[in-house]
Ligand binder design. Structure first.
Ligand SMILES: Nc1ncnc2c1ncn2[C@@H]1O[C@H](COP(=O)(O)OP(=O)(O)O)[C@@H](O)[C@H]1O
Ligand SMILES: [Mg+2]
Length: 307
């Protein structure tokens, strides 16, 4: 299948001399939800802005639906909707006029029924004749989404869509995004809310200091990099790990009351039975045990720290 977005060897140096992107290669498949994760300043907005034709690319090429975003700018742009990071809406316009204008910009014929449905889906229909300046912050954000969708793009970019958004709106937004995906729209979002990526994305890319350090199916990523931890609550605290247990990856916590065994499901022979047997032989008793699995957040932090 032809990727719907193809980024090839993309680098970007701003006029200030700062290199914001370094040799990015990334293909996005039609219909997926792709989350781009990265700390502040990693280059997420720069990458999205280049794909959407707002920032000039440096070296490299970008295709949207097979169209070169530089030489076939208008056709490429018609396929793309962007919900920008910054709240930038024409405050003196009404909601309805803004949508009509956005649709017109793309060159598509007016479709009042579609725009009505869009506003209804975003709970903005009642506000269609209001000037945008009279709307709350959450509503302004929904107007931005409506604007991005006014021309029925096949690809939707959302740059930190839920930064500073209340929980309820966030939930509504995710529901809407899922609905869009079901209708065949490809979604690319940036976020530093890791739960969001964990919850929503099919694939995750991690960007750090202008480099794409990893791109992986979410499930595979969790499996590959996720660690599990077994914690035993000891009845008697230990001052140190007994030498007989030296060949297990163990650590003590809580003043020696907790014994923790960290293991990697994928790469290591898990020796829990062996460990428990040895503890029995050493008369080390425990009153409780539990296991936990590292979250995407732990994985993300370790990736970004390593680099
Ligand atoms: N117009 C610009 N001129 C110079 N440097 C910029 C410009 N825009 C962004 N940068 C720098 O590029 C880096 C990446 O920025 P950005 O893409 O906004 O990151 P992110 O969206 O991941 O927070 C940052 O260090 C930022 O300061
Ligand atoms: Mg950004």
């Amino acid at each position: 299948m032809q990727p719907i977005i193809s980024v090839q060897n993309l680098s970007k140096t701003y006029p200030s001399g700062f290199q914001a992107l370094k040799g990015i290669n990334l293909d996005i498949q039609p219909g997926e939800i792709f989350a781009l994760l990265g700390p502040n300043g990693a280059g997420k907005t720069t990458l999205i802005s280049i794909i959407c034709g707002i920032v000039n690319p440096g070296d490299g090429r970008v295709f949207a639906d097979g169209l070169d975003i530089v030489t076939q700018y208008r056709e490429a742009r018609q396929r793309i909707g962007l919900v920008p990071q910054e709240l930038s809406v024409p405050i003196f316009e009404t909601v309805w006029d803004t949508l009509k204008f956005s649709r017109g910009l793309s060159g598509k014929a007016m479709d009042a029924a579609y725009l009505e449905q869009l506003l209804r889906d975003l709970s903005l229909w009642d506000k269609r004749h209001n000037k945008i300046m009279t709307l709350s912050g959450g509503m302004k954000r929904r107007v931005l989404i409506a604007k991005a969708l006014a021309h029925q793009p096949r690809i939707l970019f959302l740059d930190e869509p839920t930064a500073g958004v209340d929980v309820e709106l966030r939930r509504d937004m995710w529901q809407m995004i899922r609905g869009l995906r079901e209708s065949g729209v490809t979604i690319i979002l940036t976020t530093h809310y890791i739960e969001e990526a964990e919850d929503m994305a099919d694939r995750i890319g991690v960007i750090n200091k202008g480099e794409l350090v990893l791109v992986e199916e979410k499930a595979a990523l969790m499996k590959k990099l996720g660690k599990k931890q077994l914690t035993l609550q000891l009845t008697q605290p230990l001052a140190e790990i007994p030498p007989a247990l030296a060949n297990f990856p163990l650590a003590l916590a809580q003043n020696g009351e907790q014994l923790m065994y960290t293991y990697d499901e994928q790469n290591e022979k898990v020796r829990i039975t062996d460990l428990l047997r040895q503890l029995g032989a050493l008369n080390i008793e425990f009153r409780d045990l539990n296991t936990s699995q590292s979250s995407l957040e732990d994985i993300f932090v370790s990736l970004v720290e390593e680099k």
